[in-house]
Design a protein around this ligand. Structure first.
Ligand code: NAD
Length: 473
């Protein structure tokens, strides 16, 4: 694959820091050379965005809506190319990318196209001879920083609402998987998005990412990634008093009560844990099972994990592809070793001969809340099974984590379902389902999983500033 450029001011631009390689997860070779964006490139992108935003803020909302809709259509028209790129670059099964990542990316533009014409303020009855109203103004230039597990979709969750609210955006995609974000910028420009509204500066986190966070011309950072990086960004954003939203890690409990449809719940637990190789922030990585049905659940989950088709991301039959990088594979394997060393029993998993960064779906039973694999985020195909005897213990085990991104519960008892939904500290709770997302449904974390919401009406507040106007009458 040829060398890549940055995307600034509606066209490809060579990075001033030269190039750096991005790995091919399937072979361990080099997939592409990416531009190594520097602070100078970030500055050029922010200047382009600032110019474009001044015009965009005054653009008729109907025109904004039309353009965002066109971008969604262009994404669908390029579905196969985008799905292939995402699969090759991340290692994710192409069938999933074509069914979920790319259509949901388009959906995000369709959904926020609708909001462009519906952003209005209020009139406020105040004391005295005044007519007082509020408006919702764009923030200006947004900086978006994204991770490698769903790069195009997570970029779209920032780009579409930012543009709908009249902002421009500079995206710093992940160094491991930047190709789809670059392709998205090209596709959006070809669809009619004015130059400068969407800029992409690839590069290293501590270089291009840090420069974006530090830039005084950027009003807000929308970040998705690891909790430690999120904390660093929060500290660095303080210097210029930027707004931030942080979508961070998770260690989500997926609970099965004995009165559930146990076969359906256990089968769903396999995809909750291993969808996208488990490289999913909301992965149901802690399966919390009522002891009465523990053996039955472990049998089904163990068999289900062993039956998953591990293979090339470009093979349509593949269900579990390689992990994104050599470093990440080593990290996941170190968690597997930790699990064994701390006394958990492995009921599925093992070695993969390679080449490529494959780790077979791994299931541990006999896990306790103190073990490392129950506490730390693996972001890979590692599932910990824990157990409980009553609802109080269930809530205690489910909440025994510093994260609070999502949770699931499976039960036929509606009272118990609502009881648990109220007691679990998480931004999203799924009942008798798991890993459901929609551009219309707000999504985000609590505790160490971050703050701020993406998707839905809730996100519009994150990309607009309220202004109050008083008129003497
Ligand atoms: P990461 O934190 O290492 O990197 C994320 C992004 O931050 C990358 O683009 C990286 O270049 C950039 N970055 C790194 N250092 C930076 C710095 N000093 N300043 C500015 N930017 C910097 O995360 P990752 O390994 O790419 O992604 C995996 C993590 O993302 C997991 O923790 C996962 O749970 C989380 N995640 C969360 C969500 C969510 O919605 N909550 C979704 C997907 C992934």
């Amino acid at each position: 694959m040829e060398s890549q450029t940055l995307w600034i001011d509606g066209r490809p631009v060579a990075a001033s820091g030269g190039l750096f390689p991005t790995e091919d997860p399937s072979t361990g070779g080099t997939l592409a050379e990416l531009g190594r964006g520097t602070a100078a490139d970030i500055d050029a992108a922010v200047q382009s965005a600032t110019r474009a935003q001044a015009l965009w803020a005054r653009t008729d909302p109907n025109e904004k809506a039309r353009i965002l809709w066109k971008v969604g259509e262009a994404i669908m028209a390029n579905l196969e190319e985008l799905a292939r790129l995402e699969a090759m670059d991340c290692g994710k099964p192409v069938a999933n990318a074509a069914l979920i990542d790319i259509p949901r990316t388009a959906d995000t533009f369709f959904y926020f196209s609708g909001w462009a014409t519906k952003l209005h303020g209020e009139t406020i009855p105040v004391r005295g001879p005044f007519f007082t109203y509020t408006t919702r103004d764009p923030l200006g230039v947004i900086g978006a920083i994204t991770p490698w597990n769903f790069p195009i979709l997570l970029a779209a969750r920032k780009i579409a609402p930012a543009l709908c609210c009249g902002n421009a955006i500079v995206v710093k995609p992940p160094e491991e998987a930047s190709l789809s974000t670059l392709a998205l910028a090209r596709v959006a420009t070809e669809a009619g998005l004015p130059a400068g509204l969407l800029n992409v500066v690839t590069g290293l986190g501590e270089e291009a990412g840090a420069a974006l966070v530090a830039h005084p011309g950027v009003a807000k950072i929308a970040f998705t990634g690891g909790t430690d990086t999120g904390k660093l960004i929060m500290r660095n954003a303080a210097a210029t008093l930027k707004r931030i939203t942080l979508e961070l890690g998770g260690k989500s409990p997926n609970i099965i009560l004995a009165d559930a449809d146990v076969k359906a719940a256990a089968a769903a637990a396999v995809s909750a844990a291993f969808y996208n190789q488990g490289e999913l922030c909301t992965s149901g990585s802690r399966l919390v099972v009522e002891r009465k049905v523990l053996d039955e659940v472990v049998d089904i989950v163990g068999q289900g994990a062993r039956a998953l088709v591990v293979g090339s991301p470009l093979d349509r039959a593949t269900q579990v592809g390689p992990l994104v990088s050599a470093a990440h594979k080593a990290r996941v394997e170190s968690y597997v070793a930790r699990g064994l060393a701390e006394g958990a029993e492995r009921v599925a998993g093992g070695e993969h001969p390679g080449p490529g960064y494959f780790v077979p779906p791994t299931v541990f039973r006999g896990v306790t809340t103190e073990m490392t694999i129950a506490r730390e985020e693996i972001v890979g195909p590692g599932l910990s099974v824990l157990s409980f005897d009553d609802l109080d213990a269930c809530a205690r085990v489910a909440n025994a984590t510093e994260f609070g991104l999502a949770a699931g519960s499976w039960t036929r008892d509606i009272g118990k379902a609502h009881h648990l939904a109220a007691r679990i500290h998480a931004g999203t709770v799924w009942i008798n389902t798991y890993n459901r997302f929609d551009a219309a449904a707000p999504y985000g974390g609590v505790k160490q999983s971050g703050f701020g919401r993406e998707n839905g009406r809730a996100v519009l507040d994150e990309y607009t500033e309220g202004k109050t106007v008083w008129v003497g009458i």
